[in-house]
Design a protein around this ligand. Structure first.
Ligand code: MGD
Ligand code: MGD
Ligand code: MO
Length: 733
């Protein structure tokens, strides 16, 4: 069991210490974010500007304009050529110069003597490649295949060239892969069953909506640039409704906030649907022309659902449900944004199917300004050239083996034939971000060799044998698109790589060279190449046409950013769904194939165990993306430790006061955090946020069980984790 202790620490107070912390020089030449202003930099001469792309796993995926003076980044801002980024970056984005020049960066390859000992020694790249390559060849010899080698890579950096890591592993033979996504699996399956895929309208179309429901989404924190369009729409008279168990910053901007009981949103949507049926407010023509299974669904709702029942289940008063239903059904086009947070429950997929049905019966799907918007991948049609080289001749095995990324520890331990003996980790921090970190650690313990490529000494790096320093986006080349907006962004190399850092692509080439030196033909991945040539290979005719560009270089010359053709920005505009029937499927045989009810039926929420009656949610944090950003000193200056939000009623019951240290306990683990008493959370729920705070032994996952969501296999290969169905008890420590 992991334990953890946080004592109250001094806040950094006063501008003097802040200035020292930021390492700033004389005042006067500085822009508001503390960096040398563009004008001042220009006056000094030798100023260059570059386009960069924020590659984090974030809706906004911004286009950045970077000013470099004498080889050093002096200013960054949002690219004004991109109408979504709109010349502005979020708080995290504005700290990028510090991300680049942080003293905490891993500077050269290192080997640790004794996993977790902190006893690191610097080694050369050649030594690092040699140790790794020898181990790969040794495993191949011993087991007759490379299946004992496991890759865990996900979302630290979504630059398309970073798929070189997957490509390099495929180039040595068949390996074991962490498959799936923690972000959206249940909801994506739901939309897959209903419509054939998840596909969202361009978020700039919030401006075209007459009504907006943000359903379990917190864009004020997790998609700051979407808020511009939402607030503009509001100013024009669009009503904004936020449905969330927590009074989020987004909720504070709403015309109406609805505090739903967590994991009961399916009941809310079905209650609204019943009202809409009863009052003939549904779009009979739309469902007749564009759907199958409507009559079965209609019968199910009339037989099983009442608005009274929905009110009881959700805690939302009946008149509110009725008014919401009427307003939504009559204010066309009405836009729903379903957040990923909402589906991190054991019934997450079922809830999304019910909300989809609400949009479908009101004819809001396929309309500009409407839609049931969740996620989309329409702009991701690159060549993925880095992944295409294939296994060398004579590789043992026939195909890759998959383990669920979301239950990584347990599945690695269970994979026995052959066992997993080596891990390659890139763009991931499983020891902090996965549920049950103790189990993940156990899986690590079984390895002969753990290699992690990262920028910082994360919890995962601390428990690795070899760390390889990687570049920031500013030090390498790339291309990025979003799973939300419709822009493509160029990433230029603005500065030389710092220290001995290399991009994941260069690492892949370097390792291939070493493997081939030691055993000719053992790796099919190219051993050299200019990253600019690699990035050009990603473009095919379809993607060029979609963005009206000839090449990466052409996009760079045209302002570093381009928006996809309008013809794809209204999801399902042609009403040709990608389901087996080609229609919207209220009745889905595909769902049955995957073991679910064919209809969007109500599914019960997870019930709290008796000893652990308090729901403990761990949503995404405003000053970080998972384990990135928050640990930077610029952001530590704003918030230097994690905390536990508790409603005053619960705090009173437990004798807890503000800033008291609270022990949080359940069957998975225990930890302590300072209390923050707030009415923003419901009385039966406590909240801690995702993140890595420097010098604090914390992960939001210490008490999180690997409880599976209901869906995920159809679209993403694996189910996700019901992170928000975590139940605990608390006491004053
Ligand atoms: N600043 C910042 N931005 C990010 C990220 C980050 O870590 N930080 N992460 C990025 C990634 S990888 C992702 S996946 C997205 C996540 O983006 P979001 O989905 O916006 O974020 P979450 O914080 O996971 O959850 C959103 C909301 O869902 C609510 N919620 C939880 N359970 C329920 C429920 O049962 N019903 C309802 N109605 N609401 C519920 C939570 O209270 C929370 O306010 O954000 C991306 N953007
Ligand atoms: N309790 C709880 N847990 C959660 C969630 C939750 O809501 N609650 N949300 C889940 C979700 S939605 C997600 S997406 C996951 C995210 O979990 P992870 O995918 O682990 O995400 P990050 O912490 O953003 O990034 C991992 C690492 O990538 C590194 N990195 C950045 N750029 C590069 C690069 O170019 N190359 C390499 N090799 N490394 C790089 C970063 O320094 C960081 O250490 O967390 C999940 N965990
Ligand atoms: Mo995510």
């Amino acid at each position: 069991m992991l334990t953890e202790s946080i004592t109250r620490r001094n806040f950094l107070k006063g501008s003097a210490s802040l200035t020292a912390l930021l390492g700033l020089g004389a005042a006067g030449s500085q822009a508001p974010n503390g960096l040398v202003s563009k004008a001042a930099a220009k006056a000094n001469g030798k100023v260059q500007q570059f386009y960069n792309a924020c590659p984090r796993n974030c809706y906004d995926t911004c286009s950045i304009l970077t000013t470099v003076e004498d080889g050093r980044i002096t200013f960054i801002t949002g690219n004004e050529n991109n109408s979504y980024t709109k010349g502005r970056l979020c708080v995290k984005g504005n700290t990028y110069p510090r991300v680049v020049y942080s003293p905490d960066r891993i500077k050269y390859p290192m080997r640790q003597k004794g996993r977790g000992s902190g006893n690191w020694e610097r080694i050369s790249w050649d030594e690092a490649y040699t140790i790794i390559a020898k181990k790969i060849l040794e495993i191949k010899k011993e087991y007759g295949s490379t299946l004992p080698i496991c890759l865990n890579k996900y979302s630290g950096n979504f630059n398309i060239l970073n798929y070189a890591t997957e490509g390099m592993l495929s180039s040595i033979g068949y390996t074991t892969r962490a498959q799936g996504t923690p972000c959206d699996p249940a909801g994506s399956d739901a939309q897959g069953f209903d419509m054939g895929a998840a596909y969202n309208n361009d978020p700039e179309q919030f401006l075209d909506a007459n009504y907006i429901i943000l359903w379990g989404a917190n864009p004020a924190w997790t998609s700051a640039h979407s808020m511009y369009f939402i607030e503009q729409a509001k100013e024009r008279g669009t009503k904004l409704v936020v449905i969330d168990p927590l009074i989020t910053q987004t909720a504070s901007k709403a015309d109406e906030y609805i505090q739903v009981k967590a994991s009961t949103d399916g009941a809310l949507a079905l209650g609204m649907i019943r009202y809409i049926f009863d009052h003939q407010l549904y779009d009979k023509e739309w469902v007749a022309a564009n759907s199958i299974g409507f009559s079965e669904f209609f019968a199910y709702v009339n037989k099983n659902i009442t608005v009274e029942w929905a009110a009881e289940k959700t805690g939302v008063p009946q008149p509110v449900i009725e008014r919401l239903a009427r307003e939504y059904a009559t204010a066309k086009p009405a836009n729903i944004w379903i957040g990923f947070g909402m589906q991190r429950h054991v019934n997450g997929g079922a809830m999304v199917r019910a909300i989809d049905a609400l949009a479908a019966i009101t004819g809001n799907i396929g309309k500009r300004g409407g839609g049931v918007n969740y996620i989309g991948e329409e702009t991701w049609g690159f060549n993925y050239y880095t992944m295409g080289f294939g296994a060398p001749e004579g590789s043992g095995g026939e195909e890759d083996r998959y383990v669920n990324m979301n239950n990584f520890g347990a599945q690695v331990l269970a994979a026995n034939d052959p066992p997993i003996k080596m891990m390659w980790i890139a763009c991931r921090n499983p020891l902090a971000q996965d549920p049950e970190p103790t189990v993940v650690k156990k899986a690590f313990d079984q390895m002969d060799l753990i290699v992690t490529a990262d920028l910082y000494m994360t919890q995962t790096v601390e428990y690795s044998d070899i760390v390889l320093p990687v570049t920031t986006p500013f030090e390498s080349v790339g291309i990025n698109v979003s799973y939300w907006h419709y822009w493509m962004n160029v990433n230029e190399q603005a500065i030389k790589p710092l220290y001995e850092a290399k991009s994941d692509l260069e690492i892949a080439m370097g390792l291939s060279e070493k493997l081939n030196q030691l055993s000719s033909g053992s790796c099919t991945f190219p051993t050299s190449g200019d990253p600019k040539d690699w990035v050009e290979k990603e473009f095919n005719d379809e993607i060029k046409e979609l963005f009206n560009i000839d090449s990466w270089e052409d996009l760079r010359k045209k302002g570093g950013t381009a928006k996809a053709n309008e013809k794809i920005t209204v999801a399902w505009e042609d009403l040709k769904f990608r389901t087996p029937s080609g229609k919207y499927e209220f009745f889905s045989k595909k769902a049955v194939e995957y073991g679910h009810h064919p209809l969007p039926v109500f599914t019960e929420e997870y019930k709290a165990p008796k000893e652990y009656p308090i729901r403990c949610m761990s949503p995404h944090w405003k000053f970080g993306i998972h384990s990135q950003f928050q640990h930077q000193d610029w952001l530590m200056a704003i918030q230097d430790h994690p905390f536990l939000e508790i409603h005053p009623e619960l705090a009173r019951k437990k004798g807890i006061q503000n800033d008291d240290i609270v022990k949080i306990i359940n069957e998975t683990g225990h930890m302590t955090l300072p209390a923050k008493i707030t009415k923003m959370v419901p009385p039966d729920t406590v909240v801690m946020y995702e993140g890595w705070w420097k010098g604090v032994n914390y992960t939001e996952n210490f008490t999180v069980k690997a409880l599976a969501e209901d869906m995920g296999e159809y679209q993403k290969g694996q189910r996700g984790i019901a992170f928000h169905d975590n139940f605990v008890n608390i006491e004053k420590a």
